[in-house]
Design a protein around this ligand. Structure first.
Ligand code: FES
Length: 167
C-alpha cells in the first residue's frame, strides 16, 4: 500500500491552500496558527460564505492546530458563518445611536419586505438578515452593512433602492 493511499486528502482547495501559504509568509514558520483567521476567511469565501465542520477541520489540519482551537475562533467571531447564508448578508445595527435614530423602522421594513426574522435567509437564497452591535458608523445612523459596504442615513425608501441594486 502506498503512502498516498494512507494520507487523507485535505479538503481545502489548491486555491485556498495557496492563499493560506501566502498569508503564512508573514509569520515565523513555527507560528502557523497565527494565520487561522485569514485561513478561515479564505475557506469561507470559497464556500459561498459559510464554514462547514469539515472545512474547519481541514484548516486545523493544515495549520497543525487542535480542532477545538479552530472551532473556538470560528464560533467567537461573527464574521464566520457556521451554516449556509444568502448571497448578501444584511448586518443591521440596532445599538444605541441607531436605535435613537429609528432603526426599529428599518428592521420592521426589512423583515416585512424580505419575510424573514433575524438570522434567517430569504427563500430565494438572496439575503440573510442579521442584527449586529455598533459598527462604528454612529454619525450615519441608522445604518446597515452589506458585504464590505456601509449604508447610512437609511429610510425605508432608501432600503428598497439599495436592495433593488443587488444581484
Ligand atoms: S450605534 Fe449603530 S453604528 Fe454605532
Amino acid at each position: 500500500m502506498s503512502d498516498m493511499s494512507e494520507t487523507k486528502k485535505n479538503r481545502l482547495s489548491g486555491v485556498v491552500r495557496a492563499q493560506i501559504d501566502q498569508w503564512m509568509t508573514r509569520y515565523p514558520a513555527e507560528q502557523k496558527r497565527s494565520a487561522v483567521i485569514a485561513a478561515l476567511t479564505f475557506a469561507q469565501e470559497e464556500n459561498k460564505g459559510w464554514l462547514s465542520e469539515e472545512l474547519m477541520e481541514a484548516v486545523a489540519e493544515y495549520l497543525d492546530m487542535p480542532r477545538i482551537a479552530v472551532f473556538e475562533v470560528a464560533t467567537f467571531y461573527t464574521l464566520f458563518n457556521l451554516k449556509p447564508v444568502g448571497r448578501h448578508i444584511i448586518n443591521v445595527c440596532t445599538n444605541i445611536s441607531c436605535m435613537l435614530c429609528g432603526c426599529d423602522k428599518i428592521v420592521e421594513h426589512l423583515q416585512t419586505k424580505l419575510q424573514v426574522q433575524f438570522n434567517e435567509t430569504t427563500q430565494d437564497g438572496k439575503f440573510t438578515l442579521r442584527e449586529v452591535e455598533c459598527l462604528a458608523a454612529c454619525a450615519g445612523a441608522p445604518m446597515f452593512q452589506i458585504g464590505k459596504k456601509y449604508y447610512e442615513y437609511l429610510t425605508p425608501q432608501k432600503v428598497d433602492a439599495i436592495l433593488e441594486e443587488l444581484e
